[in-house]
Ligand binder design. Structure first.
Ligand code: AMP
Ligand code: MG
Length: 315
């Protein structure tokens, strides 16, 4: 089987309703979608990705009401974040409703929910009467896809249809917020800045993205986002790239450098760096390099999520 790449949300919805897997564009990264209430489809998502069963999935629907129907209860602060940040790159982890198969939540008593912002996936979600489970459409542990071609490269022989919505606007996965004992807690830094969450809630939130072997959110695994070469993160890179060793800068300006020098954003823009991150990590993976040096970016806004991924990619 080789996936068809198309742009028809109607066809994507029809295939999802028939239990097939469909790659879907979101503003964060491409997702590998399936009917979250169909245990066979959910099982196929895990096997297509080689995803360990302890890594639960995020459910997507087109409006806050439609997705929050899969939570058993919604704390006030979750409601506030949903109102302010959805549709958008924020996932809320809430007590689960009974209808959701255990495989989706890895047996946890909570479920992860999101309303994505990309217009094409929203058209698909409007057409189906179930939530769509959609983890990033990459083999487990590898770099997340931000174009339809990335999905086709890595999973094209394991899925039926890839809905092409162009390059992802944000380029980082969603920020995940849970409410253990009622306290808003960031489990994964992502496309919504922690500062924005704090300004919606009017208070500081806990950030608990430390890793373990059985993480609360596997974005927390120490080694993740792997480009498959030795990667060293530094504050400032002095050297030039060579055919063996790539150098990735941030805010390097217009100075001309060689073909093995990359820049996440030559003008030092964090949104642009987020959009470029996974594409550059892929170029490191496929460019024939043995190793690379990568500059960290400023540790604020989306920079915190970018540095988080660079550090994990370097482990
Ligand atoms: P992905 O969609 O591949 O970016 O991965 C989804 C992320 O959501 C993973 O890191 C999951 O661990 C996290 N996640 C999903 N459900 C839960 C949950 N109930 N509690 C904590 N994290 C979750
Ligand atoms: Mg992922």
């Amino acid at each position: 089987m080789r996936a068809i790449i198309g742009t028809d949300p109607e066809e994507a919805a029809r295939r999802l309703s028939a239990g097939q897997l469909v790659a879907l564009p979101t503003e964060t990264v491409y997702g590998l979608g399936g009917n979250a209430l169909n245990a066979t489809a959910v099982g196929n998502i895990f096997s297509a990705k080689n995803r360990p069963s302890f890594d639960p999935l995020i459910l997507h629907q087109s409006t806050p009401d439609r997705v929050l129907a899969y939570a058993d209860s919604v704390p006030d602060e979750a409601q506030q974040l949903a109102g302010a940040c959805w549709p958008g790159p924020l996932t809320l982890v809430l007590p689960r409703a009974a209808a959701i198969p255990d495989l989706v939540t890895s047996g946890l008593d909570t479920v992860a929910l999101r309303v994505p912002a990309h217009p094409l996936i929203r058209e698909v979600l409007d057409r189906v009467d179930f939530p769509v489970a959609a983890p990033s459409a990459n083999p487990f542990g590898y770099v997340s896809p931000v174009t339809a071609a990335h999905v086709a490269d890595q999973l094209g022989d394991r899925i039926d249809y890839i809905l092409d919505g162009g390059p992802c606007r944000v380029g980082l996965e969603s920020t995940i917020v849970a409410f253990p004992r009622g306290e808003p807690t960031v489990l994964r830094k992502g496309g919504t800045a922690v500062e924005d969450i704090e300004s919606v809630l009017g208070r500081a939130v806990a950030v608990r993205t430390v890793s373990s072997s059985r993480p609360a959110a596997p974005g927390m695994l120490v080694s993740h986002y792997s480009p498959g070469i030795a990667l060293r993160v530094v504050d400032r890179a002095g050297e030039r790239g060579t055919p063996d060793h790539a150098v990735v800068r941030f805010g390097g300006g217009t100075e001309t450098r060689g073909p093995h020098d990359y820049d996440l954003s030559a003008r030092g823009d964090l949104d642009e760096a987020a959009r470029n991150l996974f594409t550059v990590l892929r170029q490191l993976a496929t460019g024939g390099y043995g190793s690379a040096t990568v500059e960290l970016v400023p540790e604020h806004g989306l920079g915190r999520a970018i540095n988080d991924r660079l550090r994990r990619a370097s482990k």
